[in-house]
Design a protein around this ligand. Structure first.
Ligand code: FAD
Ligand code: SF4
Length: 492
């Protein structure tokens, strides 16, 4: 019989365990108490991981060997013969697998099957580049996988329809008013997971709650189909909008199944393309969605491996403010700013908020306040249900904090209350006023933006894309007062 296949908790799909190379193997699924408890993570993430592994063990029946041990090593020793494993998704796990191979517990390491592009192909694409433009990578992905192509040209004549995808939240509505996403139905496996987590001596972050994300291939397929059939058309236009009473908006909620490895990115991209070809969804929405999956997600993954290991420690903006206790502990009650409070509450209650709260509210706040990017990276990894080490360098260090000095993004994503007021509906119910930079009700994002611009004036004035911010700042008559006020700010 062929060597058993050991799957990690984020390698749970049929493209992992039932490929030509793996379909005849026994599947080893390991719940390692130490791996689970090592990092204080969101309670609901621990639930998703355990639920995913146990559902797979259940689905595979006799083919699965489901082990609950203290460590992975203990489990591999129990298996009693060398296993085959796919390349894991973190450096730490990669080093562990290499050590196990040295000791003869791992017989072979197969390439990661949960992304569209292989690491070899990425290395070839990257060549000697030192700066990385996502748009170029994305176009090559479209060409390579023939998604939304019209011969050699992009479908519809343009590669990027972002300009059509910037609608503000609709006025006079509390919610976007699109059909509900697919929701899982919990079963006995989930109940047992909940009981087991209650009994574990680990300080989880956030709170328990109903399972909200797909953890099996079958569930992921249902979630994808519901999204493509009922929500994809509105995904594009409202991609950047945030509404207080609508936490899902028209987003897909697929990052968890993607990251658990139960949904393959090409399957999702092709399903979206089919909706366009069948006349069921507009090109701008479909292109926007495909860009997230075949562009951003793949790019973030490959750069995790391609960039130097020290990239994660970069701090080119010299940010060294420790995370305040209320931020670290997700204490939304401590926060007056409606937008920030709601984003923190979302992370606490669900371990998930969509892209714009992550980038333009949480990330923007951290950037303005100069939070230590390493601490912030840990914060994102710990508190999000879809948080994995490989997602962090590009998203947190690069995009959100500009801590890499511009390797990933051409400018820091700092913005004041005016942006948040335009793209969200928080400001009308907030004690602060987005237009005010001075006084009791000065918006901390607006005032914080000017303080940030002042702190980094040299950097910002040497960049074409941010130069105007500095000249606008220089025209503010009350700048000194704003800076004085922000220096003393202790609450938000
Ligand atoms: P949708 O908006 O429906 O997008 C579809 C899919 O595209 C997502 O499921 C995701 O797989 C992919 N995607 C889109 N943008 C990105 C991106 N920048 N990086 C990786 N994948 C992307 N994503 C994670 O999966 N895990 C994280 O821990 C994570 N942390 C983030 C931290 C910051 C500061 C920022 C700015 C972004 C982060 N993202 C992360 C990316 C993105 O915000 C989430 O993937 C998305 O919000 C998940 O919701 P969704 O599945 O409804 O996504
Ligand atoms: Fe956020 Fe400022 Fe608007 Fe309040 S006024 S919701 S703090 S942007």
């Amino acid at each position: 019989t062929p060597a058993p296949l050991w799957v990690f908790a984020d390698q749970l799909g049929p493209h992992v365990h039932s490929s030509d190379e793996t379909k005849d193997r026994e599947v080893v699924i390991v719940e390692s108490a130490r791996a689970l408890g090592r990092r204080r993570g969101h309670r609901q993430k621990a639930h998703l991981l355990l639920s995913g592994m146990r559902h797979l063990a259940d689905e595979l029946g006799d083919r699965a060997t489901h082990l609950k041990t203290d460590t992975y090593r203990e489990a591999l020793e129990k298996v009693g013969r060398p296993v085959v494993v796919h390349q894991p998704t973190s450096r730490r796990a990669e080093a562990f697998v290499a050590a196990m191979a040295e000791e003869g517990l791992v017989a072979e390491v197969l390439p990661t099957p949960t992304f569209a592009l292989s690491r070899e192909d990425f290395a070839e694409w990257a060549g000697n580049r030192t700066s990385f433009v996502m748009e170029n990578f994305y176009r090559d992905q479209r060409r390579r996988f023939e998604v939304l192509m019209d011969g050699k040209d992009p479908e519809g004549g343009t590669w990027n329809l972002d300009a059509e995808n910037r609608e503000k939240p609709p006025k006079k509505q509390e919610t976007l008013g699109v059909p509900e996403p697919w929701w899982p139905t919990e079963d006995e496996i989930d109940e047992q997971v909940r009981r087991d987590l209650d009994g574990m001596d680990v300080q989880w972050s956030g709170t328990d709650g109903p399972r909200r994300f797909a953890v099996t291939a079958d569930e992921a397929q249902q979630a994808l189909t519901t999204f493509v059939d009922t929500r994809l058309s509105t995904f594009g236009p409202y991609e950047d909008a945030v509404m207080a009473a609508d936490w899902t908006m028209s987003h897909s909620l697929l990052s968890v199944p993607f990251n658990l490895g139960v949904l393959h990115p090409l399957d999702a991209a092709r399903a979206a393309e089919k909706a366009y070809r069948d006349g069921d969804a507009p090109l701008a929405s479909v292109e926007g969605f495909v860009r997230q999956i075949l562009g951003w997600r793949e790019y973030v993954w490959h750069l995790y491996w391609h960039l130097d290991e020290s990239y994660i420690d970069k701090n080119e903006m010299g940010a060294d403010t420790p995370l305040p206790p209320w931020f670290a502990s997700l204490d939304a009650e401590e926060v007056t700013a409606a937008c920030l409070s709601d984003a923190l509450a979302g992370v606490h209650d669900r371990g998930w908020v969509h892209h714009i709260p992550r980038l333009m509210i949480l990330g923007n706040h951290a950037l303005q306040q100069g939070y230590d990017p390493r601490a912030l990276t840990r914060w994102f990894t710990e508190h999000f249900v879809d948080g994995y080490e490989w997602v962090m360098p590009v998203n947190v260090v690069g995009m959100s904090q500009h801590a890499d000095g511009g390797i990933i993004a051409t400018k820091p994503y700092a913005s004041g209350g005016a942006y948040i007021d335009r793209m969200t509906d928080y400001c009308k119910g907030c004690a602060y006023d987005p237009k005010k930079r001075l006084g009791e009700d000065a918006c901390p994002f607006t005032a914080g933006y000017w303080a940030f611009t002042h702190r980094h004036r040299d950097l910002l004035s040497s960049n074409m894309r941010t130069r105007r911010a500095v000249s606008s700042m220089d025209r503010l008559k009350d700048l000194d007062d704003v800076l004085e006020q922000e220096k003393k700010r202790t609450s938000f």
